[in-house]
Design a protein around this ligand. Structure first.
Ligand code: PLP
Length: 415
């Protein structure tokens, strides 16, 4: 196999026509859209208008006249399509961390009202830290018992908790290894025990079809700055299945979650719908950028996105193994398509320095402690030739030991 084989794959790629929707720097191969998505080309003009006309000229009138107040609902409707949810169950606001707190508290209180004997929350030992910390915090606040297990032990833990099970909180695709859960299967098992499940979609939404409604999921959260390209710090989203919305009490009640915020009433009455998950005023400029950025998914078939994502991952694994040798790295991600997300992770004791040397050559991935190099595949703008060129650069870094320099060893605050 040579580079021309990958050029041919690009010519035949049905998603190739979407690459022009993103502004990418010259000479960069970007394999970190799983951490911060690339900027859609239409965002700067939209922000120019938001600043120059809507803020500077429209001032406070823009909450109504420029549709600022309802931007969250419009963004939510666009995200709903990408996660297999009817739009009246999705709300855009705050961060994953804050939304997880709302959902964990709300789900546990729901269970406590239905059956006070259900006091077990199951989380993953090795989950993304914010998820694990918040499970701990909510268990502590409510006097629930927190159980942490490894990814492969989740089904056994659910079965063991049985009728004491309140809530299971899992991340659909693991941030470090890229390992993916069977969402439908686990959701069924949780329900069979009478539990509720909260899925974190940070590494799934926008990279593959997600079917929350069809899986019968209860709750979900996700961020929009990774595969959804909303921009740094863009607001997150939360999903509550329609059957739970009316009985759902979220703990961070604020005026935007009130049934009539502009009554300025002394007592809280929750909004009848998903808006009850709102708390206070949003980072409106970020929300405007997100709404615009989501248009990059117009007309995109997520089945094709998934297919290409797996093909890029397969090509990456096979090139690394054939060109660098099977011993060069330890493969951290599953080969099995069913169990793999949209990234490939390679472990190496010098992982940090290797990634820095690679970034210096214009191939951008990232590093996750203790030893993992992450390569994320965003099929709307990553090409097959990029995989060939990235592995060639990685091979050169390894052969020349280019990573073995003090400037590549020094840890920066963000890895
Ligand atoms: C990226 C990510 C987060 C980030 O949470 P924020 O509150 O948006 O900073 C949380 N959980 C998972 C699994 C992630 O991958």
């Amino acid at each position: 196999m040579d580079r021309s084989h990958f050029e041919a794959l690009d010519r035949a790629d049905p998603l190739a026509r979407f690459r022009h929707r993103f502004r990418l720097p010259e000479g960069v191969i970007y394999l970190d859209g799983n951490s911060l998505g690339a900027m859609p080309v239409s965002v700067p003009a939209r922000m120019e208008r938001a600043l120059g006309q809507e803020w500077a000229q429209g001032l406070i009138r823009s909450w109504n006249d420029a549709g600022w107040y309802t931007a969250g609902q419009r963004a939510a409707a666009r995200i709903a399509r990408l996660i297999g949810a009817a739009p009246d169950q999705v709300m855009v606001a705050d961060s994953i961390s804050v939304n997880l707190f709302k959902l964990l508290m709300g789900a546990c209180r729901l269970q406590r009202r239905r059956d006070p004997g259900r006091t077990v929350i199951i989380g993953e030992t090795d989950n993304f830290p914010t998820d694990a910390y918040l499970v701990d915090s909510v268990a502590e606040l409510l006097g629930f018992e927190r159980i942490r297990v490894g990814q492969d032990e989740v089904p056994a833990a659910i079965a063991a908790a049985g009728e004491r099970l309140a809530v299971v909180q899992l991340t659909h695709v693991h941030y470090r290894s890229g390992q993916r859960y069977d969402m439908a299967g686990i959701t069924r098992q949780v329900h069979a025990c009478g539990g509720l499940v909260i899925w974190d979609l940070a590494h799934s939404a926008g990279a593959m079809p997600v079917e929350l409604d069809a899986c019968g999921a209860d709750f979900a959260v996700g961020c929009t700055y990774k595969y959804l390209n909303g921009g740094p710090g863009a607001p997150a989203y939360a999903y509550v299945a329609r059957s739970w919305i009316e009985s759902f009490e979220q703990p961070l009640i604020g005026w935007h979650g009130h049934a009539r915020p502009f009554d300025f009433a002394p007592d809280f009455v929750p909004a009848p719908g998903i808006e009850r998950l709102l708390c206070g005023t949003q980072a409106q400029l970020s929300l405007i950028a997100l709404e615009e950025a989501l248009e990059a998914f117009d007309g995109v078939d997520l089945g094709q996105v998934r297919q290409k994502s797996l093909a890029l991952g397969d090509a990456f694994i096979s090139l690394v193994e054939s060109q660098l040798g099977p011993e060069a790295f330890r493969l951290e991600s599953p080969r099995d398509h069913e169990r793999r997300g949209s990234q490939v992770s390679l472990a190496h004791p010098q992982g940090y320095a290797i990634m820095q040397a690679l970034i210096a050559r214009g191939v951008i991935g990232d590093f996750r402690a203790p030893d993992v190099l992450r390569f994320g595949f965003t099929p709307l703008y990553v090409r097959y030739v990029d995989i060939w060129d990235a592995v060639a650069a990685l091979g050169e870094v390894m052969r020349t030991e280019a990573w073995n320099r003090p400037e590549f060893m020094a840890r920066k605050p963000v890895t």
